[in-house]
Design a protein around this ligand. Sequence first.
Ligand SMILES: CC(C)(COP(=O)(O)OP(=O)(O)OC[C@H]1O[C@@H](n2cnc3c(N)ncnc32)[C@H](O)[C@@H]1OP(=O)(O)O)[C@@H](O)C(=O)NCCC(=O)NCCS
Length: 166
Amino acid sequence: MPKLWCSVPSDAQDVESLRVIRNSCREFMTSMTDEISIEAQAAWWAQSPVMRGTPLLFHLLTEPNPIGFGLLRVQGVVFLTGGLLPRFRGKGYGAPLFQTLIALAVGVRMRPHLKVRSDNAQAVKLYKKLNFTAVSYLDSSGYSESPKGGVEIIGMRYEGDDASNC
Ligand SMILES: CC(C)(COP(=O)(O)OP(=O)(O)OC[C@H]1O[C@@H](n2cnc3c(N)ncnc32)[C@H](O)[C@@H]1OP(=O)(O)O)[C@@H](O)C(=O)NCCC(=O)NCCS
């Protein structure tokens, strides 16, 4: 398993790293895919942690700057999202990144959920491997319990044994 370590963003440089990494992933996001400006990022950072969620930065020992980000946000249930800079994708770093987010949620007895585009094959494969199961599908006509085809937003829920008490 590749060695990734994570940190809690704390200063302006960290907030900028989060913005840059998230913007590099924006086409894969499920709610807002716009480029986030420096000003919009500052406004987001100024929100209370309850509103903005809990962000993390992910690092490799061999790299001076963070290579990935993660975010846990409570919206009824806890939703996870995250991503890697393009040149670090396809190398197996996604698994330890999302395992860290899962462990944080399960550690406070909240069952992880996430949303993923149905055409994001790499992410869907990773999430299934990490014990997420599809529970809902959303297209322009609304939620359903089975796929309707086309690009949909798939709602997934973590079914790992460690979440049995969540
Ligand atoms: C999604 C993401 C976190 C996955 O992390 P990663 O380290 O790149 O993923 P991996 O290399 O471990 O690949 C995951 C699996 O998908 C497979 N895969 C790779 N490319 C694929 C493709 N085009 N189609 C299907 N599967 C693919 C890999 O073989 C691997 O399966 P395996 O472990 O059985 O070999 C990363 O690619 C990323 O940051 N993407 C952009 C942002 C994003 O999509 N975030 C998620 C938003 S919901």
